[in-house]
Design a protein around this ligand. Structure first.
Ligand SMILES: Cc1ncc(COP(=O)(O)O)c(C=O)c1O
Length: 367
């Protein structure tokens, strides 16, 4: 492409997506699912972008997941046809919005509470369209969900007997084990979590309640989830961009993780206060910190620490900092989902050149 801007010419801090790495990640997850034929519905909470969602659908995903109704509204308005909202939708205002969004897309929701099920039914009746509902089961995360066992059967029966609701299946997601470094240990943790989901499914089956969908799983467990064949749908999110904190998670047989770091933050050195230190313009407002410090990309052996809302420090222990004022530094976010939520758009790059700008349309849609 002639005349395209070089990445180093961009003003900073700025959020970059390497188009090639993103495309390869999307294909890698397609291949993991295709190896066993399991369906997959990537989690759009990571990228918050209908453009990326459409790339995932084109690769063969059956739909997308959204964490919040606000994300689902953006996806539905952009023409994404099939959405599962993986968090409970509670409260009158939200239910009115849910019914409106469900006029343009097929939207499924999860529930774990009798009153919420009754409210969903009233809302669906008002909208004149039956609502598909899954029961969330807590398979070890200790967040939302009914405990594994008979409670899901009671709620599923309630849904099945409610005119305006359709019971579709179970959601069980265990996020705490996605980054377990040792592969065998991760496999054992996934099996334990899935046992809880399958026990619950057995309760339902013995009560003659049909299950279409068993959904869950994340990027770290995807290879295991696909091989075990228990879920009917996988819902990985991070794999499109990959958090730097996933870098310790081993893959079977010592194989490298098939997902690349497609998301980076470009920063600039704005001060050189000491021989072994540089200050960059990347602080808490340009990179999320809930996943720990961000990591310098490449081979530069420097320790990053947040130094305030607008500042980050690069420390070169026992060495002279090789960076000069104005130098650009590339960082890998420790947690992509929360970092993406800080920016209005992605600068899309290929081979070091700027290719496009994509709006992060669901950025800030936390309601
Ligand atoms: C319910 C649910 N499903 C799937 C995912 C995706 O997991 P990962 O980002 O590890 O792929 C998440 C992430 O937090 C989640 O909360």
């Amino acid at each position: 492409m002639t005349g395209a801007m070089k990445v180093e010419e961009l003003d900073t801090p700025v959020l970059l997506v390497d188009a090639g790495a993103l495309e390869r990640n999307i294909i890698a997850m397609r291949d993991i699912a295709a190896a066993t034929g399991v369906a997959y519905r990537p989690h759009a909470k990571t990228h918050k972008s209908p453009i990326v969602a459409n790339m995932q659908l084109e690769a063969g995903a059956v739909g997308v997941c959204c964490a919040k109704l606000g994300e689902a509204e953006i996806m539905a308005a952009a023409g994404i046809p099939d959405i599962l909202i993986t968090s409970q939708v509670v409260g009158r205002n939200k239910l009115v919005r849910l019914i409106q969004a469900a006029q343009t897309a097929k939207i499924m929701v999860v529930a774990d509470n009798e009153d919420n099920i009754s409210d969903l039914s009233s809302a669906a009746q008002t909208g004149g369209k039956p609502m598909d509902v899954l029961i969330e089961v807590d398979i070890g995360q200790g967040r939302c969900g009914v405990p594994p066992g008979p409670e899901a059967t009671r709620l599923a029966r309630l849904i099945a007997e409610t005119k305006w609701l359709r019971f579709r299946g179970l959601q069980g997601y265990q996020g705490l084990i996605q980054m377990t470094a040792d592969f065998d240990q991760r496999q054992a943790q996934v099996e334990l979590a899935l046992e809880k989901l399958m026990d619950t499914a057995d309760h339902l089956k013995s009560a003659s309640i049909e299950i279409d969908i068993l959904t869950g799983g994340g990027s770290g467990s995807s290879i295991i989830d696909s091989a075990l064949g228990r879920y009917t749908e996988l819902q990985p999110g991070s794999y499109v961009f990959m958090d730097s904190r996933y870098r310790h998670a081993q893959w079977p047989g010592g194989a490298p993780c098939p997902f690349e770091n497609a998301l980076t933050i470009l920063g600039t050195v704005i001060s050189r206060p000491a021989t072994d230190r540089a200050i960059v313009d990347v602080g808490y407002k340009a990179a999320s910190s809930d996943g720990g410090p961000i990591v310098v990309a490449g081979n530069m052996d420097a320790e990053f620490s947040f130094a305030g809302d607008e500042h980050g420090q690069l420390f070169f222990p026992g060495r002279t900092c090789p960076l000069a004022l104005g130098d650009k530094v590339t960082f890998l976010p420790s947690h992509c989902d929360t970092t993406v939520n800080l920016y209005d758009g992605y600068i899309v790059t290929r081979d070091g050149l700027v290719e496009d700008v994509w709006e992060i349309a669901a950025r800030g849609r936390v309601q």
